[in-house]
Design a protein around this ligand. Sequence first.
Ligand code: ADP
Ligand code: MG
Length: 822
Amino acid sequence: MQRGQPQPDSDPLAQFLDAVRRPLEFLAGARAEAAARTHVPGRELAARGRAVRTRLPAGRRREQFEALCARLEQIEEADPARRRVLATECRDLLADLASPNSAVDPEPTYRATGHELTTALSTLARPVQYAKEVGPRRAEQLRKFGIETVEDLLYHLPFRYEDRRRVRQIAELQIGEEASIAGELVQLSDRTVGRGRRRILEGVLRDATGLLGLTWYNQVVYFRSRHRVGQRLLVYGRVERSPGGGKRITHPEIDVGGDESAGQGILPVYEKPTSMTVGTIRKIVQQAARDSADLVPSVLPESITGSARLMDAGAALRALHLPDPDADVDRLNRFGSPAHRALVFDELFFLQLGMGLRRRQVADESGFALPRRGGLTDRLAALLPFALTGAQRRVVEQLYADLARPHPMHRLLQGDVGSGKTVVGLFAALVAIENDCQAAFMAPTELLAEQHYATISSFAEQLGVRAALLTGEAARGGRKRLHGALESGEIQLAVGTHALIQEGVRMPALGLGIVDEQHRFGVLQRAAMLRRLRGEDSGRSPHILLMSATPIPRTLAMTIYGDLDVSILDELPPGRQPVRTMVFSEAERGRVYQLVRQELDRGRQGYVVYPLIEASEKEDLRDATSMARELGQTVFAGYRVGLLHGKMKSNEKDAIMQRFRSGDLQLLFSTTVIEVGVDVPNASVMVVEHADRFGLSQLHQLRGRVGRGSDHALCLLVAPYHRGEDVYRRLKAMRDTTDGFKIAEVDLELRGPGEFLGTRQHGLPDFRVSNLIRDTRTLAEARDAAERWLALDPTLGAPESASLRAILTHRWKGRLGLAEIG
Ligand code: ADP
Ligand code: MG
């Protein structure tokens, strides 16, 4: 029996844990379709659990148990994607609870670093070549692999662990289990399979009890050259049934001559440069851990380490690279060991500390107090053809309060597509103008800037506010004059693209900068540039409002926008009906066109979106230009169709948008230029061709172009019939929900945080040990701890914070510019 399984006995607690384990494991590992079909009676299970919880003494295990019950309770109602997340969390909690170690888990001890930090840090920062076992050649290989310093080596954690504590006999192996086997290679040959196109290598390993097949499909030549009949091998891998009967392992991990090392305990396995063997990288890293792990500073204050139950970084690194023979392999493999948690906490604590510090610095900078005076804002409220939603009113009030303070606002407004962010921004801009300041409104695309300008300028005119549009093209003619008018303050409200922040543009009276953009385009940098519009030497910073069209899950917001205050528009204007989304295969296109015609015949308008502007040699995809021509003469003959894409001249785009907005054009063939912000409430149908080619948040943005009126709307996604798992999940998420936050969660799960965020663009330090999906619980704890500390010492100026500050500087290397902002 494996370690970690509870003894079957009559203990009701153990029985309960046993009963919930299977369904949770199944659900956690299930594919999307299976997860959707699986019913888990979560509420009933939670009730059963709560009935036996008193069998656990109050304390950490009881807390874990409560957390398990709470998740079980939610699992029944949750949508499939969320259900899997919950099941995974439950499974981990369960494993912790069932683990005999956790019952006797000694309270980890945290030995704070005694030595002087500067020397230790500079030793850790030395090039990897100074580590033992590493000469110039290996150093070069490691460097190319991204490991440059001794510290990088220490934080190169194993991605998995092999249990070599027991070498198994071939006769006792079960299909499906992972095992180590020692034996002699008695046969090795390669052959070609599948119409002579593919070479495979096959070997046979013998021990005293039987024969085991070994199979390689990749790198055949390499393995052929490495092994010879007669070699003693220690192999490790998952046992399968071979096609000819018997047992085999495909692509086994191999230690040549390693059978003496059998029983060597738990072996860490590392990612490595291809030119290095598994054994070499292990030797290098383990040596570094022995020599240098204790140099890694552990400087968290006792008030934190005690309540968070942490061990110091040195002990954690040693536990991960040189695991104790009694360690819990399952937990190590789940990245859930106490050592993992300690390092994750450490990393996230410093991240949150940096964010929190920066937020406080911004809050202390000197800025302009811009109290609402009422002249313009009251008149705008009267001019609007609608009443603000409750959420809009709440956020507008928040903005008024921020603007009235003599420190710059640094706020993120999150709201799903269509939640009405623009008008909220406009109210804030008017407050600035009421105070004789200028405001700038920056959009990510020309199309959107023009649209904002169209909306805003009509109000501006009625209010007597002087507004101007500044885009790359629009500026060309009267650029000089426009720049002059911005500089003199004649223009009070500038709407534009990145042309706003280009060389030569100055707005000395800028009181508020608004950036309307999706997070992935590097909003923060642009905000920083906006702040500079006033001029470097003005000494005071304008207020900044960021608007994110792509909602991001809370945990991520806490991390990447941890230095901003956040407002959320969580209400759509009244009367909106959720867009109905349907997925079609290519063969069903006729039906799609029919649905589009139906909408057009009802007097509504529509979009057809393609991934390409025009036909491409490289890819066999439909494109907007050809399809507009072809379909305009066939399927949509008699309808007024237009074409819009990013390569068109700005005035052509303008003209087309104008005709579409006025209803002159009924159907717009387009590319993703319409992705962000385009707002034509009469549009009620959108077709996305090759929907499999688009990312989830992109699809969600596109869909946001319809359903902006009070009537029903349709989104028709066309994709090949054969869809990969990822594509399937994306399209299904689109069909199942219109909630941007849920979409973002699935997107994050599918793409992983790195790609989802483009973290590099944010200037965030890379995560060495944390994973924002896996480590959400630790993230929340680390954030709380950082906030508690900053509440006591907001500038980290106290002597007790000196080493925290030193580490902070070391970790962030000025990347977020702690002293200066932006
Ligand atoms: P987004 O948050 O996606 O930027 P917009 O600001 O473009 O949304 O607003 C979407 C549409 O909703 C616009 O046509 C806007 O005029 C309209 N709108 C905004 N607020 C309200 C409201 N409170 N009631 C009705 N319609 C509104
Ligand atoms: Mg918008």
